[in-house]
Write a protein that binds this ligand. Structure first.
Ligand code: E4P
Length: 214
């Protein structure tokens, strides 16, 4: 399972990179707005920081606008893929971009039929937003299960990015389902490593080591 970080903050990306387990980055306009610098400037910085895939989102919602923006964003670096919203015009844009070998991450996916459409359009990645579904009392992870089954049934190569992750259990369930990727906010990244029994165990070993005759 690949682990991406869901942030546009270069400091967070560097911290995750230091762990040696970072495979890529996803951004969105909300995350970039927190940095307080121009959109493209932030994306250039992020794309240079990592070798793996980096998602950069279009702002337009019409076909021509999305394709134009996507072509511009794709020039930033060859690890950039383009986040396109899961709407009719978006799927048309995905088909065009896929024929131009520009990778896409179809975003704001909330059910498995939408995900089927994205795969048929040639999406490189699909991003079901599970946290936002859980927030409205829907089972986000069920959508991931369904997408995994549908993609396996028909042999689609579109990779599933479990997005809108809120806690470590989301990552565990995504891994049990066999999702290709989880994109994780920095605060959750820190939580998935820590366990109180590990800390207690270390403290006890250090104390007991002191009792060993020198
Ligand atoms: C994914 O690519 C999105 O950037 C992100 O996971 C959205 O998460 P949120 O629902 O916490 O905003």
């Amino acid at each position: 399972m690949k682990l991406f970080i869901d942030t546009a903050d270069i400091k967070e990306i560097r911290r995750a990179k230091e762990l040696g387990i970072l495979d890529g980055v996803t951004t969105n306009p909300t995350l970039v707005s927190r940095i307080g610098r121009p959109y493209r400037e932030v994306l250039v910085e992020v794309a240079k920081e990592v070798d793996g895939p980096v998602s950069a989102e279009v702002i337009s919602t019409d076909y021509d606008g999305m394709v134009k923006e996507a072509r511009e964003l794709a020039k930033i670096r060859d690890n950039i893929n383009i986040k396109i919203p899961l709407i009719e015009e978006g799927l048309r844009a995905v088909r065009t971009l896929s024929s131009e070998k520009i990778k896409t991450n179809v975003t704001l996916c909330f059910n498995s039929i939408q995900a089927l459409m994205a795969a048929k359009a040639g999406a490189t990645f699909i991003s079901p937003f599970i946290g936002r579904l859980d927030d409205i009392a829907s089972e986000g992870m069920e959508v991931v299960e369904e997408i995994a089954t549908i993609y396996a049934n028909y042999g689609f190569n579109t990779e599933i990015i479990v997005a809108s992750i809120r806690n470590p259990l989301h990552i565990k369930h995504a891994a049990l389902i066999g999702a290709d990727i989880a994109t994780i906010p920095f605060d959750v990244f820190q939580k998935i490593i820590k366990h109180p029994l590990t800390d207690i165990g270390i403290a006890r070993f250090i104390e007991d080591y002191k009792k060993i005759p020198k």
